[in-house]
Design a protein around this ligand. Structure first.
Ligand SMILES: Cc1cc2nc3c(=O)[nH]c(=O)nc-3n(C[C@H](O)[C@H](O)[C@H](O)COP(=O)(O)O)c2cc1C
Length: 192
């Protein structure tokens, strides 16, 4: 498959990268269509991945699935001895946006490959978030709560052992977030 070279409009790419914000301000009444979710996941798969093993897994959660996810996470957190306030909050937290996307990373045949898979899936997640930003879709990367990876992987229909890279809150963006100041990158220069 050949792909046209992207435009040389470097500024628009730079601006897009800077425009992405962790943002949960969304239109709660307007879920993203299945087609849009598919489009974003397809764009995620253009991320580099070692040995072309396509290590990402996706599960789209909407409607009543969100409260079911909340119960699964809440139960796992309680079993793990988590703070009771957080356990209660987890019951409804996935209903804050109309769409939830669970992104997992498969186990590799060595620990090193498993770690590389997670690196690749993080790159895929960034692809997805940038493509979402370009479409006016807000994304918010949430961690899978401690002790609930196994239960969430099972809920998502992923193979046992799949690491949950993130539980992403998504929806049509309704407000913008303040842009935080970014510290300048530290670059060690080694030239001889
Ligand atoms: C691996 C990973 C896990 C994250 N988990 C959470 C989380 O559980 N809760 C949260 O509020 N933000 C989470 N974030 C989002 C960061 O807080 C956010 O990226 C950071 O504040 C910078 O803001 P920005 O994304 O708008 O630049 C996570 C980000 C990454 C990369």
């Amino acid at each position: 498959m050949s792909v046209d070279h992207p435009s040389n409009d470097r500024h628009s790419i730079d601006d897009l990268i800077r425009a992405r914000r962790t943002n949960m301000f969304v239109d709660r009444e307007r879920p993203l269509s299945d087609d849009v979710i598919h489009e974003l996941c397809e764009l995620a798969t253009w991320a580099p991945n070692h040995k072309r093993n396509w290590p990402w897994r996706f599960a789209s959660v909407t409607g009543g699935g969100r409260s079911r996810l909340g119960r699964v996470v809440s139960n796992a957190m309680a079993a793990h001895g988590d703070d009771p306030n957080k356990v209660t909050k987890a019951l409804t937290k996935y209903e804050r946006t109309p769409n939830i996307l669970i992104i997992g990373s498969i186990v590799g045949d060595t620990d090193e490959r498993t770690a590389e898979n997670r690196d690749a899936v993080a790159a895929a997640a960034q692809n997805l978030m940038l493509a979402a930003t370009a479409r006016g879709i807000a994304t918010y990367w949430g961690s899978c709560p401690r002790g609930s990876h196994e239960a969430v992987a099972d809920f998502a229909g992923f193979d046992p052992g799949t690491h949950i890279v993130g539980i992403f809150y998504m929806g049509h963006q309704s407000a913008t977030m303040e842009v935080p100041v970014r510290p300048d990158p530290v670059i060690n220069v080694i030239d001889n």
